[in-house]
Design a protein around this ligand. Structure first.
Ligand code: FES
Length: 82
């Protein structure tokens, strides 16, 4: 099951810890995570904000990002039981 993550590229550009968390998620879920980067997601007062599918989350930390995406995804392939 894939999950769409939407975020503002302008707001995350200056947050290296957020970019690292995003890169780790993309590497862990290469076939299941769809990242859509917008120039602004109209949440400039609540950055960094993300959307997972249609759910909006304001003021997200890198660990929040990882937890929210994992909640919506199946376990990574390496962790799946036969
Ligand atoms: S510029 Fe990032 S949410 Fe508006």
């Amino acid at each position: 099951m894939s999950v769409q993550l939407t975020l503002c590229r302008l707001c995350i550009r200056s947050r290296p810890e957020f970019l690292r968390a995003l890169a780790n998620l993309a590497a862990t879920y290469p076939d299941d995570l769809i990242v859509q980067e917008l120039d602004c997601m109209a949440a400039c007062d609540e950055v960094p904000a993300i959307m997972v599918e249609t759910d909006f989350y304001p003021q997200v930390s890198p660990s929040d990002l990882v937890a929210l995406v994992r909640e919506h995804l199946a376990p990574p392939v390496a962790d799946r039981k036969p």
